[in-house]
Design a protein around this ligand. Structure first.
Ligand code: HAM
Length: 407
């Protein structure tokens, strides 16, 4: 077939999609347990939301946005990330006080595709709006850490830094600018350009990593308030048992961060795609978008990369397959209905086939057991066969759910 999915996008089909569903369900559950409500915002926004929100000097805005004019001549952009849209929605709704929200969905960045770096990729994320407190930062970081750990990512570590705020960052940026100016000729062409726009961005350049290794770090220029905030965040992380490392070079790829910035890494991915997620505090973002000041902190995790980092356990699609002998299809459908009503993941074939074909299908779907509906139905019984050891029993049909739980 000549029609193919666009470069850098993926079709996620079974059985691979079973891991995705497990990860997305686990995210929904965890966000809810920590008190985050659901938020849903458009997948495209007025381009300004991102050019102002994410920042003109960021690589995302400069090179990676899917921007187009709609038929009414408005410039729209497929969201490259979730935070700017969520803050825009909060401001538009005239919301006040604290709002804790989580989201998930595809994001779009025009990148050079490779494993773990896609043009359409899937993020789960959350935003804790309305609180300037370090406990909010720590909660967000801890939630992401627990999520990745319980998803099975090996050796999750948080890389942590503080980028200062409106009070102390301007002075730091000048110190950094003059340090980099002295080494301008050693920087790559792109970094020489970014140096004029936003010197901190240069710390993020992979090509210039050696040159900037000794550059002054934002943590050395923090004001007292930022220092105290950073210390409190770390105290809480220690108390919560979150494994973190200070990374004075971590600046993140988006311009809206103030104070706390962090990324999660695991041991399963190599090279450039090690960040499984990241986030930070963005106390100035609401004002940049034209609203009143609203402090906020949040994170986003990249599901495409997490899938590559967790063991592939060959998850079963269902628990139970319902098979039947030639004359018992109607009864088998009743049985199937009863199992599904008790919340047991179960299925059958759409048409009547031999028992052999039905067992084959059960195997393909990863079922643990096959319930065979045959003539025993007359006495209220069915045969249940375990697929792992081949053992089988004849039991009363209303005991099936209990049997399945105990086997
Ligand atoms: P980000 O670091 O740009 O942050 O993206 C978060 C995560 O999304 C990355 O760590 C990575 O796992 C995944 N990701 C990013 N780009 C790609 C790609 N091209 N292919 C596959 N995965 C990718 C944000 O997006 C911020 N909105 C996070 C945040 C929320 N900050 C505060 N609140």
């Amino acid at each position: 077939m000549s029609l193919r999915a666009p470069k850098g996008t993926d079709d996620i089909l079974p059985p691979a999609s079973r891991v995705w569903r497990r990860l997305l369900n686990a995210w929904e559950q965890m966000a809810e347990v920590y008190g985050y409500d659901l938020i849903m915002v458009p997948i495209f926004e007025m381009t300004e939301v991102f050019s102002r929100g994410v920042g003109e000097s960021s690589e995302v805005v400069q090179k990676q946005m899917y921007t187009f004019d709609d038929k009414g001549g408005r410039s729209l952009t497929l969201r490259p990330e979730g935070t700017a849209g969520v803050v825009r929605a909060f401001l538009q709704a005239g919301a006040q006080g604290v709002m804790k929200v989580s989201y998930s969905g595809p994001m779009f960045r025009y990148e050079r595709p490779q494993a773990g770096r896609r043009r359409q990729f899937y993020q789960v994320g959350l935003e804790y709006l309305g609180s300037p407190e370090p406990d909010a930062d720590a909660e967000v970081i801890e939630l992401g850490y627990r999520y990745l750990t319980s998803a099975g990512v090996p050796d999750v570590t948080v890389r942590l830094n503080s980028l200062g705020d409106a009070a102390c960052r301007p002075a730091y940026v000048e110190i950094l600018r003059s340090w980099l100016e002295d080494r301008r000729s050693l920087l790559c062409a792109d970094s020489q350009q970014t140096l004029d726009l936003n010197p901190m961005r240069v710390l993020d350049c992979k090509i210039c990593a050696d040159v900037v290794a000794e550059a002054p770090s934002p943590v050395d220029s923090l004001c007292d308030a930022c220092q105290a905030h950073f210390a409190s965040v770390q105290e809480r992380l220690v108390a919560d048992g979150v494994r973190y490392l200070l990374d004075p070079r971590l600046v993140r790829g988006l311009d809206y961060y103030t104070r706390t910035a962090f990324e999660y890494v695991g041991s399963a991915l190599d090279s450039a795609q090690t960040a499984l997620g990241g986030g930070g505090r963005y106390d100035g973002l609401a004002e940049v978008l034209g609203g009143p000041p609203v402090p906020g902190v949040g994170l986003a995790l990249g599901i495409d990369r997490i899938v590559l980092s967790v063991p592939d356990p060959e998850l079963p699609a269902i628990d139970v397959f319902v098979a039947n002998t030639d004359t018992r299809r109607a009864e088998a459908l009743l049985m199937l209905g009863e199992l599904r009503s008790s919340g047991i993941r179960s299925d059958n074939l759409p048409d009547q086939r031999s028992l052999k074909a039905q067992f084959k299908a059960a195997d393909r779907r990863g079922a643990r057991a096959v319930v065979v509906v045959g003539d025993e139905w007359e006495t209220g019984q069915v045969v249940v066969k375990r697929l792992d050891d081949g053992s089988q029993e004849t039991i009363a049909r209303e005991e099936i759910a209990t049997w399945l739980k105990s086997h």
